[in-house]
Design a protein around this ligand. Structure first.
Ligand code: PLZ
Length: 440
């Protein structure tokens, strides 16, 4: 394991990274952005090492992917074994055990004890698209309900489902039709109880779409890119109840919140919400591309044979990685570790908020925590995206990889790998505190 120590030997990014950034500019399309252009050579635990020899603390996990840590032992071991045995057959041509093993794990781990089946894909967006396909076939209906601040991907259908225009949608339309957006529960901004916010969303959908026209309602149980918004308690259960009453397929998009990130296997577990379909990706496979739709067996089976698939979906190497990642989560009780990390982060952030009133809200669950930065305005809190960007840049300069998010870009989020040692986590928050103290 790479040494677990923050150590900077050059400015960030250093000269070797800057030279590579010039090459990137020559050969990589400008549309593919890079938030922190340090070129990585090695990573593990809570550290990313770059080409200049700097060691940075990772509070992003490559956007909630390396939950078990980079190159986690069971992932490496399974992948090495699989890559030597065979790399691809295409599961639709000749199958293999790894795919079925992952589906069996998903049946056991996702919320609810009903019979479940899964289909595997490559990316989160692909999983969301397939969940919608399944819901449409199962219900014979077209309409899809999504929420304000939602993020579901960058493909044509999932762009339509994603709320924020820049940078995800600008210029890329026309978008898929029959997607309807409802107001979400955003306790910091709306002050509503979960039940009140659900009643508002349901009334909106009832009047503007009609419950009987909805194939599915897709929701992130904790919003990810939209700002780590945790809906008020009662919101998700009330929506689940309404979906059940009207034959609407409830799709929980657990792509960012799933696989121990929030301190449970899935964020829905917190309130005992049992979705009809769950989409997963990111944390499922320790960094290899894998995604899944898991759901009620009868719903999943409503699609004709051959209707779901793709050349690489459930690639054997990615499946081997997923089995390794799940083994790491089970053996090290990473859900409990996420709760511990969450408690540390919350107390550090609460202390920080005492000194910096710009920290207007602290929210999240487990190792998925964020702060929303605002200044007081005549009509309520005004998003302070400039401060979020300044603090983010100061963290980067000092060797801590942090991320922002949110519709207004004013949310500063923390997604450490669950393999991060305690002292490194504390040191990272010392750097965050210093970043607040030295920016205005
Ligand atoms: N659903 C809830 O968080 C991916 C996007 C990064 P893909 N979020 C990170 C970016 O700017 O592209 C995400 C998510 C939720 C779906 C997705 C999409 O997953 O694997 O990126 O397609």
């Amino acid at each position: 394991m790479i040494e677990q120590k923050r150590h900077l030997v050059t400015e960030i990014p250093g000269p070797a990274s800057r030279a590579r950034l010039d090459r990137k500019k020559t050969f990589v399309a400008d549309g593919v952005g890079t938030m922190l252009p340090v070129f990585v050579t090695e990573a593990g635990g809570g550290i990313l090492r770059d080409v200049d020899g700097n060691s940075l603390i990772d509070l992003g996990s490559g956007i909630a992917v390396t939950t078990v840590g980079n190159s986690a032992p069971a992932v490496v071991c399974n992948v090495q074994r699989q890559v030597e045995a065979f790399t691809h057959t295409c599961f639709m041509i000749t199958p293999y055990d790894g795919y079925v093993d992952v589906c069996e794990q998903l049946a056991e781990l996702t919320p609810g004890d009903h019979a479940k089946k899964s289909a595997l894909f490559n990316s989160g967006a692909e999983a969301v698209e397939n969940a919608v396909k399944i819901a449409r076939v199962a219900t014979g209906r077209d309409a899809v309900a999504v929420f304000d601040h939602a993020y579901h991907g960058r493909t044509n259908l999932t762009m339509a489902m994603t709320a924020k225009n820049m940078p995800y949608k600008q210029g890329f339309g026309p978008f898929a039709g029959e997607v309807y957006r409802a107001p979400v529960s955003y306790p910091f901004r709306d002050g509503l109880t979960g039940e009140q916010a659900a009643a508002r969303a349901i009334d909106h959908l009832d009047k503007q779409v009609g419950a009987g026209n909805l194939a599915c309602l897709a929701i992130e149980p904790i919003l990810g890119e939209g700002g780590f918004v945790v809906p008020a308690p009662g919101f998700l259960p009330a929506l689940a109840e309404w979906c059940r009453a009207h034959g609407i397929v409830l799709v929980a998009d657990e792509i960012q919140s799933g696989f121990c990130r929030t301190g449970d296997w899935f964020a829905c577990d917190d309130e005992g919400v049992v979705p009809d379909l769950v989409t997963t990706a990111k944390g499922i496979a320790g960094g290899l591309p894998l995604a899944a739709v898991t759901g009620r067996a009868e719903l999943m089976d409503s699609v004709h044979t051959g209707g779901l698939g793709g050349t690489y979906g459930g690639n054997p190497v990615a499946c081997a990685a997923a089995l390794g990642a799940i083994e790491e989560m089970r053996t090290h009780d990473l859900a409990a570790r996420a709760r511990g990390i969450g408690a540390t982060m919350r107390s550090r952030l609460a202390a920080l908020a005492q000194d910096h009133p710009v920290i207007a809200d602290i929210r999240g669950r487990g190792a998925m925590m964020a702060i929303e930065l605002c200044t007081p305005g005549p009509d309520g809190p005004e998003p302070d995206a400039a401060r979020a960007a300044a603090v983010n840049a100061a963290c980067h300069r000092n060797g801590v990889v942090t991320l922002t998010c949110g519709t207004w870009g004013n949310v500063f989020r923390f997604l450490p790998p669950l393999s991060i040692p305690d002292d490194l986590l504390q040191e990272a928050f010392d750097v965050v505190a210093e970043a607040f103290a030295t920016t205005a």
